[in-house]
Design a binder for this molecule. Sequence first.
Ligand code: NAD
Length: 265
Amino acid sequence: MSDAQNAGSPGSPGSPAGELQGLTAIVTGGASGIGLATSLLLASRGARVAVLDLNAEGLPEGLTGFAADVTSRESVDAAVAAVAEWAGGIDIVVNNAGVSAIGTVEANSDDDWRRVLDINVIGVARVSAAALPWLRRSEHAAIVNTCSVSANNGIPERALYSASKGAVLALTYGMAVDHVREGVRVNCVRPGTVDTPFVSNYLKKYDDPVAERAALDARQPTGRMVTPEEVAHAIAYLASPAASSTTGTALDVDGGLTTLRIRPQ
Ligand code: NAD
């Protein structure tokens, strides 16, 4: 049976291939890493996927790009309106665009703070606000935000990044309560260290990136970093009608980093 034949209606039990058939999803930061893996997975499950990214060209087949900068309300409003016109509605928003920031509070400038909070935090609010009028009309509305283990753990030289992801966690709870009676679920995933360009670029700063990568793998309880596809599966679950009673939660996808204590070998 083909995926299309197997599709059924959204939420049909036992038909994961088609569980998002007929639904439209926006994925911010969908041109790379976790966002790209999520976009491909949602599309494989039948969703129409709109990738909102700074550069949304050259995407794999099955994904449609809409250039947008989440730091600009004008840009976000225009892109969300274009998606709604293209698809006739919006059912799922994955607020995933984000940037890293390294350094202590002494090292980070006011401009660093403004830039990172603008993308990682206000970007989530901007895209959600633009999409909410469409989400309210959907019978399967869901927002999934990409948070991070750093929201709940002190990680060296990540005070700014942690503060931004702590805010994403609080924003998830706040939006979940504000929109629960409107039928819009809001959840987040908390990835650990995920092997994406986000991490590869950071590793380039070391004299021996290969050795540093191996050390990073070894620091994980599982002995390896999380894959973008593993995070995508968690996002897809929270976005799907199968999670219809799940809202205001954070799902850890961190290989046990937050809760497991592994003795050094
Ligand atoms: P990535 O760098 O591979 O992808 C991020 C994407 O966001 C890029 O395509 C980039 O163009 C886009 N983006 C950046 N600024 C934007 C803007 N202003 N407007 C629109 N798009 C913009 O990173 P990734 O590792 O896939 O990270 C995705 C999300 O996951 C981020 O929110 C990040 O904080 C979070 N996260 C990553 C890790 C990790 O270890 N990789 C761990 C926890 C959380």
